[in-house]
Design a protein around this ligand. Sequence first.
Ligand code: CAA
Length: 257
Amino acid sequence: MPPCHIRIETRGRIGWITLNRPEALNALNTAMMGEVCAALDGFAAAREVACVVITGSERAFAAGADIKEAMDRTFPGTFMEDFLGFWERVAGFRKPLVAAVSGYALGGGCELALMCDILIASETARFGLPEGKIGVMPGAGGTQRLARWVGKAKAMDLCLTGRMMDAAEAERAGLVSRLVAPADLLPVAQEAAEAVAEKSQVAMMMTKESVNRAFETSLAEGLRFERRVFQALFATRDQKEGMAAFAARRPPIFEDR
Ligand code: CAA
């Protein structure tokens, strides 16, 4: 069945997922997140796709998990089904992910953006974790990823007060990779994704894994992991090609091997 809550496209080597539930400010219900995960599975298997961009509308990247769908849930049900557990498949996607955020990125919407690798924000972007206002708390990585990405001070402020952070503050805090004018959001996201896609995808995927390792392990272990995967890249044809192309002053032709 074709997806009905998202649009899926491929532009060159870039996969695009556009969240598309305008009537609910892209609130992330189970069906929509299922479609996002299925689209990512498709892009993971597609050799020609090197990088994926997730975006929403001008008004909202996503205003959170769907509150109306969740309101009647019970604890045993959420626990037995591991409610929201499958969202981690986004964070587990192995190719680089770009979030292009305009408007509201709240609750689960903010958490979805936090799962991406490069976050491009329009000046209109608003980030927040307002779950406390509806009697719960962030449940898809907000307390953990935000604290690691921007530190305890901002994470506690956002999680406990529920206030929104504008795009400029989010950039200063280290949440946003690049802050752009609204009209530049999608072109800059495509351009950033293309810059990733023109490299050896073996190296890019190992790089993503290595940077993420920084948040999961000690510095000594992280450095050891980085050195081992760096050394492993000398077993690839792309390393030979990349270095030979540099020495010959010509552009490299990578084969992702
Ligand atoms: N779930 C379900 N529906 C939502 C929604 C959400 N998270 N956010 C917005 N909507 C719906 C509204 O109910 C409304 O629908 P109706 O017209 O049918 O009533 C429509 O989208 C437009 O929203 P508003 O009329 O409220 O628009 P606004 O401009 O006045 O306000 C807003 C915008 C400040 C984002 C406001 O909609 C809002 O506060 N939304 C909820 C934000 C939130 O609490 N997010 C966290 C959700 S819980 C979560 O995400 C848990 C987790 O950790 C994963």
